[in-house]
Ligand binder design. Sequence first.
Ligand code: G3H
Ligand code: MG
Length: 282
Amino acid sequence: MGFKYKAIFVDLDGTLLNSKKIISQRNLKCLNEFSENGIHVVIATGRTLKSVKKVTEGLKINSPIITLNGNDIRNSMDGYSMMLSYIDNSLKKTIFSMCKNILNGNSDYSIENILFDTSNGFYCLNPKLLNTNEFSSHYDSNIKELDLDNPPKESVVSFLFLLTPDSNRNNFLMEQTKIFEPHGAKFCTFNGWPWIELGSPKVNKGTAMQYVCDYLGIQIKDVIAFGDGENDVEMLAEAGLGVAMANADTHALKIAKAKALSNDEDGVSVFLEHLKQAGNIQ
Ligand code: G3H
Ligand code: MG
Protein backbone atom coordinates (compact mmCIF):
# COMPACT_ATOMS: atom_id res chain seq x y z
CA MET A 1 0.00 0.00 0.00
CA GLY A 2 2.93 2.35 0.64
CA PHE A 3 1.16 4.12 3.50
CA LYS A 4 3.50 6.24 5.62
CA TYR A 5 2.53 4.59 8.91
CA LYS A 6 2.98 0.93 9.84
CA ALA A 7 0.25 0.80 12.45
CA ILE A 8 -3.02 2.55 13.25
CA PHE A 9 -3.89 2.58 16.97
CA VAL A 10 -7.51 3.48 17.47
CA ASP A 11 -9.64 4.13 20.53
CA LEU A 12 -13.25 2.87 20.47
CA ASP A 13 -15.75 4.98 22.42
CA GLY A 14 -15.93 8.51 21.06
CA THR A 15 -13.47 7.67 18.28
CA LEU A 16 -14.13 4.65 16.06
CA LEU A 17 -17.62 4.10 17.46
CA ASN A 18 -20.25 6.71 16.66
CA SER A 19 -22.71 7.94 19.30
CA LYS A 20 -24.86 4.89 18.63
CA LYS A 21 -21.87 2.72 19.64
CA ILE A 22 -21.53 1.37 16.11
CA ILE A 23 -18.58 1.33 13.70
CA SER A 24 -19.87 2.91 10.49
CA GLN A 25 -19.56 1.05 7.19
CA ARG A 26 -17.09 3.68 5.97
CA ASN A 27 -14.84 3.24 9.02
CA LEU A 28 -15.09 -0.56 8.75
CA LYS A 29 -14.22 -0.62 5.06
CA CYS A 30 -11.32 1.78 5.52
CA LEU A 31 -9.69 -0.09 8.42
CA ASN A 32 -10.28 -3.50 6.81
CA GLU A 33 -8.50 -2.26 3.69
CA PHE A 34 -5.52 -1.05 5.70
CA SER A 35 -5.39 -4.35 7.57
CA GLU A 36 -5.59 -6.38 4.34
CA ASN A 37 -2.68 -4.31 3.04
CA GLY A 38 -0.43 -5.17 5.96
CA ILE A 39 -0.95 -2.09 8.14
CA HIS A 40 -1.51 -3.17 11.75
CA VAL A 41 -4.85 -1.96 13.10
CA VAL A 42 -4.71 -2.02 16.90
CA ILE A 43 -7.72 -1.26 19.09
CA ALA A 44 -6.80 0.58 22.28
CA THR A 45 -9.69 0.90 24.70
CA GLY A 46 -10.78 1.14 28.32
CA ARG A 47 -13.27 -1.65 27.62
CA THR A 48 -12.92 -5.32 28.46
CA LEU A 49 -12.32 -7.78 25.62
CA LYS A 50 -15.86 -9.07 25.97
CA SER A 51 -17.33 -5.64 25.30
CA VAL A 52 -14.81 -4.98 22.49
CA LYS A 53 -16.12 -8.05 20.68
CA LYS A 54 -19.69 -6.84 20.99
CA VAL A 55 -19.01 -3.68 19.00
CA THR A 56 -16.37 -4.77 16.47
CA GLU A 57 -18.25 -7.27 14.35
CA GLY A 58 -17.09 -6.98 10.74
CA LEU A 59 -13.67 -5.62 11.67
CA LYS A 60 -11.17 -8.04 10.15
CA ILE A 61 -8.06 -7.44 12.18
CA ASN A 62 -5.45 -9.80 13.49
CA SER A 63 -3.32 -7.59 15.72
CA PRO A 64 -3.07 -7.39 19.51
CA ILE A 65 -5.91 -5.62 21.35
CA ILE A 66 -5.22 -3.15 24.16
CA THR A 67 -8.00 -3.48 26.74
CA LEU A 68 -8.65 -1.97 30.19
CA ASN A 69 -6.56 1.09 29.28
CA GLY A 70 -3.45 -1.03 28.83
CA ASN A 71 -3.91 -3.16 31.94
CA ASP A 72 -4.70 -6.21 29.82
CA ILE A 73 -3.13 -6.64 26.37
CA ARG A 74 -4.53 -9.53 24.33
CA ASN A 75 -2.68 -11.12 21.43
CA SER A 76 -5.82 -11.07 19.26
CA MET A 77 -9.60 -10.75 19.42
CA ASP A 78 -9.99 -14.31 20.74
CA GLY A 79 -6.62 -14.58 22.33
CA TYR A 80 -4.85 -14.76 25.62
CA SER A 81 -3.43 -11.99 27.80
CA MET A 82 0.08 -11.16 26.63
CA MET A 83 0.52 -8.62 29.39
CA LEU A 84 -1.59 -8.26 32.52
CA SER A 85 -0.75 -5.48 35.00
CA TYR A 86 -1.72 -5.48 38.65
CA ILE A 87 -2.22 -2.78 41.26
CA ASP A 88 0.63 -3.04 43.79
CA ASN A 89 0.02 -3.91 47.44
CA SER A 90 0.62 -0.47 48.85
CA LEU A 91 -1.94 1.10 46.49
CA LYS A 92 -4.32 -1.78 47.15
CA LYS A 93 -4.14 -1.05 50.89
CA THR A 94 -4.84 2.66 50.28
CA ILE A 95 -7.89 1.75 48.19
CA PHE A 96 -9.23 -0.63 50.86
CA SER A 97 -8.72 1.99 53.53
CA MET A 98 -10.50 4.70 51.47
CA CYS A 99 -13.45 2.35 50.91
CA LYS A 100 -13.70 1.40 54.58
CA ASN A 101 -13.48 5.03 55.61
CA ILE A 102 -16.38 6.00 53.35
CA LEU A 103 -18.45 2.92 54.23
CA ASN A 104 -18.00 3.72 57.94
CA GLY A 105 -19.60 7.12 57.31
CA ASN A 106 -16.41 9.14 57.84
CA SER A 107 -16.83 11.31 54.76
CA ASP A 108 -19.32 13.42 52.81
CA TYR A 109 -19.82 10.62 50.31
CA SER A 110 -21.57 7.27 50.18
CA ILE A 111 -20.60 4.25 48.16
CA GLU A 112 -23.31 2.25 46.41
CA ASN A 113 -21.07 -0.48 45.10
CA ILE A 114 -17.49 -1.66 44.65
CA LEU A 115 -16.00 -4.11 42.15
CA PHE A 116 -12.51 -5.59 42.11
CA ASP A 117 -11.39 -7.18 38.86
CA THR A 118 -8.82 -9.72 40.05
CA SER A 119 -6.70 -12.53 38.70
CA ASN A 120 -9.47 -14.82 39.95
CA GLY A 121 -12.65 -13.10 38.75
CA PHE A 122 -14.72 -10.29 40.24
CA TYR A 123 -15.42 -9.36 43.83
CA CYS A 124 -18.45 -7.15 44.39
CA LEU A 125 -19.65 -5.41 47.55
CA ASN A 126 -23.35 -5.51 46.62
CA PRO A 127 -23.83 -8.05 43.83
CA LYS A 128 -27.62 -7.67 44.08
CA LEU A 129 -27.35 -3.99 43.16
CA LEU A 130 -25.39 -4.69 39.99
CA ASN A 131 -27.26 -3.83 36.86
CA THR A 132 -26.70 -7.27 35.41
CA ASN A 133 -27.73 -6.30 31.88
CA GLU A 134 -25.24 -3.47 31.86
CA PHE A 135 -22.50 -5.64 33.30
CA SER A 136 -23.10 -8.81 31.34
CA SER A 137 -22.11 -7.01 28.15
CA HIS A 138 -18.83 -5.85 29.70
CA TYR A 139 -17.79 -8.45 32.25
CA ASP A 140 -17.83 -12.20 32.74
CA SER A 141 -20.30 -13.49 35.27
CA ASN A 142 -17.85 -15.00 37.79
CA ILE A 143 -18.69 -12.63 40.68
CA LYS A 144 -17.87 -13.26 44.37
CA GLU A 145 -18.97 -11.21 47.35
CA LEU A 146 -16.46 -8.65 48.61
CA ASP A 147 -15.79 -8.51 52.35
CA LEU A 148 -13.55 -5.53 53.11
CA ASP A 149 -12.66 -6.97 56.53
CA ASN A 150 -11.22 -9.97 54.70
CA PRO A 151 -10.17 -8.42 51.42
CA PRO A 152 -9.30 -10.67 48.48
CA LYS A 153 -5.72 -11.92 48.46
CA GLU A 154 -5.68 -12.14 44.67
CA SER A 155 -3.88 -9.57 42.55
CA VAL A 156 -6.18 -6.74 41.46
CA VAL A 157 -6.17 -5.63 37.83
CA SER A 158 -8.62 -2.80 38.24
CA PHE A 159 -10.83 -1.34 40.86
CA LEU A 160 -14.26 0.18 40.14
CA PHE A 161 -16.69 1.88 42.41
CA LEU A 162 -19.98 3.67 42.26
CA LEU A 163 -21.04 6.53 44.52
CA THR A 164 -24.67 6.96 45.54
CA PRO A 165 -26.56 9.51 43.39
CA ASP A 166 -26.62 12.06 46.26
CA SER A 167 -22.79 12.09 46.56
CA ASN A 168 -20.97 14.95 44.85
CA ARG A 169 -18.86 13.02 42.37
CA ASN A 170 -16.75 15.98 41.22
CA ASN A 171 -15.85 16.97 44.79
CA PHE A 172 -15.02 13.38 45.55
CA LEU A 173 -12.71 13.11 42.56
CA MET A 174 -10.91 16.33 43.48
CA GLU A 175 -10.47 15.38 47.14
CA GLN A 176 -9.57 11.74 46.74
CA THR A 177 -7.15 12.40 43.90
CA LYS A 178 -4.80 13.92 46.51
CA ILE A 179 -4.74 10.61 48.39
CA PHE A 180 -3.76 8.66 45.31
CA GLU A 181 -1.27 11.12 43.85
CA PRO A 182 1.66 9.85 45.97
CA HIS A 183 1.10 6.45 44.34
CA GLY A 184 1.09 8.08 40.89
CA ALA A 185 -2.44 6.74 40.51
CA LYS A 186 -5.39 8.62 39.11
CA PHE A 187 -9.05 7.91 38.67
CA CYS A 188 -10.48 7.22 35.27
CA THR A 189 -14.01 8.33 34.41
CA PHE A 190 -15.97 8.22 31.17
CA ASN A 191 -18.95 10.10 29.82
CA GLY A 192 -22.16 8.16 30.36
CA TRP A 193 -20.47 5.56 32.60
CA PRO A 194 -21.11 6.23 36.31
CA TRP A 195 -18.39 3.94 37.69
CA ILE A 196 -15.07 5.41 38.77
CA GLU A 197 -12.10 3.25 37.79
CA LEU A 198 -8.54 2.88 39.01
CA GLY A 199 -5.86 0.64 37.48
CA SER A 200 -2.13 0.28 37.87
CA PRO A 201 -0.48 3.72 37.62
CA LYS A 202 2.40 2.10 35.79
CA VAL A 203 0.38 1.44 32.66
CA ASN A 204 -1.74 3.41 30.24
CA LYS A 205 -2.52 3.24 26.55
CA GLY A 206 0.88 4.82 25.82
CA THR A 207 2.89 2.15 27.64
CA ALA A 208 0.68 -0.51 26.07
CA MET A 209 1.30 1.01 22.63
CA GLN A 210 5.06 0.73 23.23
CA TYR A 211 4.64 -2.90 24.30
CA VAL A 212 2.61 -3.74 21.18
CA CYS A 213 5.08 -1.91 18.91
CA ASP A 214 7.97 -3.93 20.39
CA TYR A 215 5.95 -7.11 19.85
CA LEU A 216 5.20 -6.15 16.23
CA GLY A 217 8.78 -5.03 15.63
CA ILE A 218 7.86 -1.48 14.66
CA GLN A 219 8.80 1.91 16.04
CA ILE A 220 6.41 4.24 17.77
CA LYS A 221 7.23 6.99 15.26
CA ASP A 222 5.58 4.78 12.63
CA VAL A 223 2.26 4.81 14.45
CA ILE A 224 -0.75 7.01 13.83
CA ALA A 225 -3.11 7.03 16.81
CA PHE A 226 -6.67 8.31 17.19
CA GLY A 227 -8.44 9.14 20.45
CA ASP A 228 -10.93 11.37 22.19
CA GLY A 229 -10.38 11.17 25.93
CA GLU A 230 -8.09 11.68 28.88
CA ASN A 231 -7.31 7.94 28.80
CA ASP A 232 -5.84 8.48 25.31
CA VAL A 233 -3.44 11.28 26.23
CA GLU A 234 -0.22 9.23 26.59
CA MET A 235 -0.94 7.31 23.40
CA LEU A 236 -1.63 10.52 21.44
CA ALA A 237 1.44 12.23 22.87
CA GLU A 238 3.87 9.43 22.05
CA ALA A 239 2.60 8.19 18.68
CA GLY A 240 4.31 9.40 15.49
CA LEU A 241 1.09 11.27 14.80
CA GLY A 242 -1.53 11.65 17.52
CA VAL A 243 -4.94 12.68 16.21
CA ALA A 244 -7.79 13.92 18.42
CA MET A 245 -11.38 13.72 17.29
CA ALA A 246 -13.39 16.95 16.96
CA ASN A 247 -15.55 15.68 19.84
CA ALA A 248 -12.49 14.97 22.02
CA ASP A 249 -12.11 16.38 25.52
CA THR A 250 -9.69 19.23 26.25
CA HIS A 251 -6.92 16.86 27.45
CA ALA A 252 -6.85 14.95 24.16
CA LEU A 253 -7.26 18.05 21.98
CA LYS A 254 -4.41 19.81 23.76
CA ILE A 255 -1.90 17.00 23.32
CA ALA A 256 -2.74 15.82 19.78
CA LYS A 257 -0.79 17.12 16.81
CA ALA A 258 -3.77 16.91 14.46
CA LYS A 259 -7.55 16.98 14.62
CA ALA A 260 -10.04 14.75 12.79
CA LEU A 261 -13.75 15.22 12.21
CA SER A 262 -16.00 13.92 14.97
CA ASN A 263 -16.83 10.25 15.60
CA ASP A 264 -20.28 10.89 14.12
CA GLU A 265 -18.70 12.18 10.90
CA ASP A 266 -16.49 9.11 10.33
CA GLY A 267 -13.52 11.15 11.52
CA VAL A 268 -11.08 8.19 11.53
CA SER A 269 -11.66 7.06 7.94
CA VAL A 270 -12.01 10.59 6.58
CA PHE A 271 -8.63 11.48 8.12
CA LEU A 272 -6.93 8.32 6.84
CA GLU A 273 -8.40 8.68 3.34
CA HIS A 274 -7.24 12.28 3.27
CA LEU A 275 -3.71 11.22 4.27
CA LYS A 276 -3.61 8.73 1.42
CA GLN A 277 -4.91 11.29 -1.08
CA ALA A 278 -2.50 13.94 0.16
CA GLY A 279 0.37 11.64 -0.76
CA ASN A 280 1.42 10.57 2.70
CA ILE A 281 3.06 7.53 1.23
CA GLN A 282 6.57 6.21 1.50
O1 G3H B 1 -15.10 1.76 29.82
C1 G3H B 1 -14.59 2.21 28.82
C2 G3H B 1 -14.91 3.51 28.27
O2 G3H B 1 -16.09 3.45 27.54
C3 G3H B 1 -13.77 4.07 27.45
O3 G3H B 1 -13.55 3.38 26.28
O4 G3H B 1 -11.18 3.85 25.83
O5 G3H B 1 -12.71 2.97 24.05
O6 G3H B 1 -12.94 5.31 24.86
P1 G3H B 1 -12.53 3.93 25.20
MG1 MG C 1 -12.60 7.08 23.95
